[in-house]
Write a protein that binds this ligand. Structure first.
Ligand SMILES: Cc1cc2nc3c(=O)[nH]c(=O)nc-3n(C[C@H](O)[C@H](O)[C@H](O)COP(=O)(O)O)c2cc1C
Ligand code: SF4
Length: 655
């Protein structure tokens, strides 16, 4: 392994904490200033001749500035047609320059999906090229490459490497996991040919040679290996031992400079365990990283990745020789300054990723990717350009839920004099409800904001309900009302005996043995969290929703987590296209979209998963008194934390 502990920028820390994490490493003469890296993550439109990666370059520059040593940038597709990717060489150069200016290295990921994902992501939407034809996981038929076409594909990998070299990138990572073309080539699941390309490592070896030749000897060539393909026996995948044997033989070629890993095969389903939610343990793939490192006798550095969100776990993993580099991908999504905070001893101020997987869920669901509590995500240049306030103002924030805390944090960091007042005796608003559930990690968002305010000298005033008249008399320059929302079943015509709100179901405890009907009319996570909690407590649960799928707005990762639970738990019955028409004496009358009724007997409690209503009385009272107020978060309309943090930030940037 080529490592060095004497080159590169060093930490201003003198306490020796995180000595391993902050130690540099040299790979083929390229100095990684520390061991923190981001692994490949697609967050914006893929590289395309007609694209514009300005926002993406800003995003990467920000992470480089924030202390990451190496960014494995989002994938560039390998296309065997035209002169791709020469049309994007200038943009790749801009990426390289931006990251280098901030002292980091950048090796984008390189992928051909083979018979996965769908032809809609390919240039000109040509057919998916594969080794054995068949179909992808969505049912699209794939093309079986001729022997000559396989060679064209190899050449395309080599051409891409030449373009990367020309662009001044530091190398690349070949995507040999997640079931894409390289994994297909070395797995009987994806290959099974009887020509020369049927030999297990024929394609990988040819690609490695072509890429090394295109890159030159001084650039970094990484490989992302699947450490567990998670295929069923009849799907003809490889065992863990066989995969490690492939890894060993790939390293034998001498072309690979680091080994990264991931798990799972079929996209996007692989991302449930590979970009896992808080339902999985932290550092969930570290044992696999250790296995890979052992299998290849630590001949090249191995990346440990998967739910490593804090520096203590990272340092321990290095100390235990489980890996040599640490992938902290969502860590840097959540807090781009994580590296510099660790470098300067401010690790207690990291906005730690709470593993809600909103980022991945939004990507898979085809929405603009956002982070649950980093509102700067994807707006890096815009945030950098926000002008400083003309003068220091007095700011009153009413409500210490996520929106209020966030508005207060941004305002105080902009130099304002901030007071924040909360009617209850604790922060967090409705997010507090999750504290007794498997989603408790999400409360880290609130803890972080309260901690930041404390560092800035602002203490939340609890147990103080300000009236509109008092607020007017206080005469603040800016007043922000972020009083959130609360359940009012009467507003939904559901204020009947035996019906409780989803919040009450999550927070409260039902007597043993009761049978519960959860009616999910919003499709949002509280319904899923309630079902999960009730079933884990041993209650029999029937879940119904008028939507076409369960917890439809919960986000991809959570839908899959719930589906697993709903499918596997003998206590849960789930039905879509069903709503509640009435509930009386244990009999729940359901109705489908055609108006056809069916009924359930023996229901003890109905949980109504409906939207809470904005707690906006104070807003109207202030309005009547002629006081100008700002609002953000659920008091406008209840939409959850991601919206609240973004809205509060954008608001507080205006004064
Ligand atoms: C939004 C998002 C997109 C991702 N896209 C990719 C990808 O294109 N290629 C890849 O190999 N992994 C991808 N990943 C997986 C990450 O590289 C990483 O393995 C995973 O997030 C677990 O590490 P973490 O817990 O440090 O985030 C993605 C992850 C996220 C959050
Ligand atoms: S969206 Fe959630 S999982 Fe993704 S980076 Fe932000 S906090 Fe972490």
């Amino acid at each position: 392994m080529t490592t060095s502990s004497t080159t590169g920028p060093t930490s201003p820390r003198t306490d020796g904490k995180y000595a391993r994490l902050l130690s540099p490493m040299t790979i083929r003469g390229n100095v990684l200033r520390n061991r923190m890296i981001t692994t490949g993550h697609s967050i914006m439109a893929p590289w395309h001749p007609a694209g514009d990666e300005t926002t993406y370059v800003d995003y990467c520059r920000r992470r480089a500035k924030g202390g990451a040593a190496l960014l494995i940038a989002q994938p560039v597709n390998v296309e065997p047609f035209h002169d791709w990717p020469w049309p994007v060489v200038d943009r790749l150069k801009r990426l390289a320059d931006a990251v280098h200016e901030e002292g980091a290295l950048v090796t984008p990921q390189v992928v051909n999906f083979g018979r996965q994902i769908g032809s809609h992501v390919l240039l000109d939407e040509r057919a998916e090229w594969s080794f054995n034809g068949g179909q992808d996981e969505f049912g699209e038929a794939a093309h079986r490459m001729t022997s000559a076409e396989v060679q064209l594909m190899v050449d395309a990998f080599g051409r891409l490497a030449e373009v990367f070299r020309e662009a001044g990138l530091d190398g690349l990572e070949l995507h040999g996991a997640h079931g894409y073309l390289l994994q297909q080539s070395y797995s009987p699941w994806g290959n099974g040919r009887d020509d020369e390309w049927g030999e297990q490592l024929a394609f990988s070896t040819a690609v490695l040679q072509a890429v090394r030749s295109g890159l030159g000897e001084d650039k970094i060539l990484g490989w992302r290996m699947t450490a567990d393909d998670q295929l069923r026996e009849e799907e003809n995948g490889l065992t863990a031992e066989e995969l490690m044997d492939v890894a060993r033989r790939l390293v034998d070629t001498g072309h690979i400079d680091f080994m990264n890993l991931s798990i799972g095969t079929k996209a996007p389903a692989y991302s449930q365990p590979a970009v896992a939610s808080f339902r999985y343990p932290k550092g969930y793939d570290l044992e696999l990283a250790k296995g890979l490192r052992d299998a290849i006798d630590a001949r090249v550095p191995v990346v440990g990745v998967g739910g490593i969100v804090d520096p203590d776990m990272a340092e321990q993993a290095l100390a235990d020789e489980m890996c040599d580099l640490i992938g902290m991908t969502r860590g840097f999504i959540s807090d781009p300054d994580m590296g510099v905070k660790i470098l300067r001893g401010d690790e207690d101020r990291i906005r730690t990723c709470v593993r809600v997987a909103e980022c991945n869920s939004r990507r898979v669901d085809g929405k603009v990717v956002q982070c649950w509590h980093n509102p700067e995500f994807g707006r890096e240049a815009r945030f950098a350009a926000v002008p400083a306030p003309a003068r220091r103002k007095s700011v009153l924030v009413v409500g210490a839920g996520v929106a209020g805390l966030q508005a207060a944090e941004v305002a105080v960091k902009r130099g304002h004099d901030v007071r924040i007042v909360e009617a209850s005796d604790h922060p967090g608003g409705r997010l507090r409800n999750i504290l007794g559930t498997r989603a408790a990690e999400l409360f880290g968002t609130v803890d972080h904001l309260v901690n930041e305010l404390r560092h800035e000298g602002v203490r939340v005033e609890y147990g103080h309900r300000l009236t509109a008249a008092e607020i007017r008399a206080l005469d603040f320059d800016e007043v922000v009302v972020a009083t959130g929302a609360e359940h009012d079943l009467a507003a939904h015509g559901l204020d009947r005996p035996g019906i409780v709100s989803v919040d009450d179901a999550i927070v409260g405890e039902l007597p043993e043995g009761v049978k519960v009907l959860v009616v999910d009319r919003t499709g949002h996570n509280p319904a899923g969290v309630a079902v999960e909690k009730l079933a884990l407590e041993g209650h029999e649960v029937v879940y119904v929703t008028p939507f076409d799928r369960m917890v439809t707005n919960g986000g991809y990762n959570h839908r899959l987590d719930y589906q697993d639970l709903f499918r596997r738990s003998p206590l849960i019955t789930a039905m879509t296209f069903k709503d509640l028409r009435s509930f009386e004496n244990g009999k729940a009358m359901l109705v489908d979209p055609d108006g056809i009724e069916s009924h359930l007997l023996g229901i003890d409690v109905v949980v109504a998963a409906v939207h809470p209503v904005p707690r906006d009385g104070l807003v109207h009272e202030l309005d009547a008194l002629g006081v100008t107020v700002h609002t953000c978060g659920d008091v406008i309309a209840p939409r959850g934390v991601t919206t609240a943090t973004r809205e509060a930030t954008l608001l507080a940037q205006t004064f």
